[in-house]
Design a protein around this ligand. Structure first.
Ligand SMILES: Nc1ncnc2c1ncn2[C@@H]1O[C@H](COP(=O)(O)OP(=O)(O)OP(=O)(O)O)[C@@H](O)[C@H]1O
Ligand SMILES: [Mg+2]
Length: 396
């Protein structure tokens, strides 16, 4: 088939030819935006799911939706190496400038800029400071205590009040939310508590790996009340078939039903893998309809590509002891494993695994879906680990 016309789009954040199976979450966000604008109480959302399930693509769609609902949206990608306030501040500044240009009287926008300025003073990040203009004085005593859990709620409150004054609302969209540090996340949760209490028009939609289990104490109990946690998972067999069939049909090509079943079986419906298989299958096919045989040839190519890219980049960031830990997990198969079983497979004491487990969580390779359990964040990574280290000898 003509490679140039290939409709599939494997890649981080690449919009799929067909965004399948996410109508529920999109509808939930539409209702959230509409209700908050009308000053009704509604929970903000934290979308969680494994690598490659389509969180970023969905968050981008929610960004468009927010704009259609006449929100001012800020989209931030959290980072391992960068502080959240440093990522947020420049975006808030342009947001306040945008609000400043909107019609409407009042001094809340100027106050917002003043509060942002005093906040910047304590986080010690320069964001084109001169561009603030000499006439904006820091609002001393607000958002400048140096305690993020106190300052961030005040800062976002000032921004939300400015938006309210200009008859608009703010959507704060944060991708890779698991990279926020503990204090940053709890500050954000505190801020959202303040928004809800005062019915301020500011909504948070976060996306990332599962984070709730990592939260403790007060932040956790707040989070449970303030947010809904839609789980973004693999597509059902029907949705997966649609994600493959609809884009090729538009180009006059078709998959045979057993070919679709074959792809579903190897990809388990994970969106990133569906795109990859769709892409390779299209390139391998020479006529329509596409048969299971063509899919099997594509599987070899797709697996090779994943092993050399998607899986490999993650593997190469691991130390030998981290690889060993993950290989032991892979030995135990897909799903959730108790640290005790991993220790036993490695023939070491459970207590000795603490540090390496902590590092793997930090790198986003594994997460803890329930107390004491560990699972891979990357779908099918267990199979890859077995291919990458075939000679592993379990202790038991
Ligand atoms: N609903 C969907 N239907 C079909 N394909 C999808 C869907 N959502 C995402 N995809 C495809 O899946 C791939 C991964 O999407 P995306 O980068 O959004 O995942 P992610 O969850 O953000 O991954 P990561 O955790 O690695 O950031 C992309 O190639 C995208 O086109
Ligand atoms: Mg992503």
């Amino acid at each position: 088939m003509d490679h140039i016309k290939n409709p599939f789009s494997p890649g981080a954040g690449s919009p799929p030819p067909e965004l399948v199976g996410r109508d529920g979450v999109l509808e939930e966000s539409r209702i959230l935006f509409a209700r908050v604008r009308e000053k009704r109480a509604e929970k903000s959302m934290l979308l969680t799911g494994l690598r490659g399930v389509g969180k970023t693509v969905l968050l981008n769609e929610i960004d468009r939706l927010a704009k259609r609902e006449r929100y001012h949206a800020i989209l931030i990608e959290a980072h391992e190496g960068k502080s959240f306030p440093a990522l947020l501040a420049p975006q808030l500044r342009s947001l306040l400038f945008d609000l400043d240009r909107l019609a409407g009287a009042g001094d809340k926008v100027r106050r917002g800029l003043g509060v942002l300025r005093s906040f910047l003073g304590v986080i010690k990040v320069k964001v084109g400071e001169t561009e603030f203009g000499l006439d904006i004085e820091p609002a001393r005593g607000t958002a400048d205590s140096g305690d993020l859990e106190a300052d961030l709620p005040n800062l976002l409150a000032a921004v939300a009040e400015a938006a309210q004054e200009r008859q608009t609302a703010v959507a704060l969209l944060v991708d890779e939310i698991q990279f926020l540090k503990q204090t940053e996340l709890s500050a954000l949760i505190m801020a959202m508590h303040k928004m809800q209490q005062s019915r301020f028009p500011l909504v948070l939609v976060g996306a990332g790996l599962p984070i709730l289990p990592g939260l403790a104490g007060e932040s956790k109990s707040y989070a449970e009340r303030l947010f809904s946690f839609p789980i973004i998972g693999p597509l059902s067999e029907i949705d997966a078939a649609k994600a493959l069939q609809d884009p090729v049909k538009r180009l006059g090509v078709e998959f045979e039903a057993p070919a679709l079943a074959e792809i579903f079986q190897v990809t388990q419906g994970y969106p990133y893998f569906l795109q990859e298989w769709g892409y390779q299958t299209w390139n391998q096919a020479s006529v329509s309809p596409i048969t299971p045989d063509v899919v099997r040839r594509a599987t070899e190519e797709a697996t090779r590509r994943l092993d050399n890219n998607f899986f490999r980049v993650r593997f190469d960031r691991l130390t030998p002891s981290e690889k060993n830990f993950l290989r032991a997990m892979a030995h135990l198969g897909p799903g959730v494993h108790r640290t005790g079983d991993i220790a036993e497979t490695l023939g070491v004491k459970i207590t000795s695994l603490g540090p390496v487990r902590g590092k793997l969580i930090k790198k986003g390779m594994i997460y803890s879906p329930a107390y004491g359990g560990m699972a891979f964040t990357v779908p099918l990574f267990d199979q890859f680990m077995r291919r990458a280290i075939p000679e592993f000898q379990p202790h038991v």
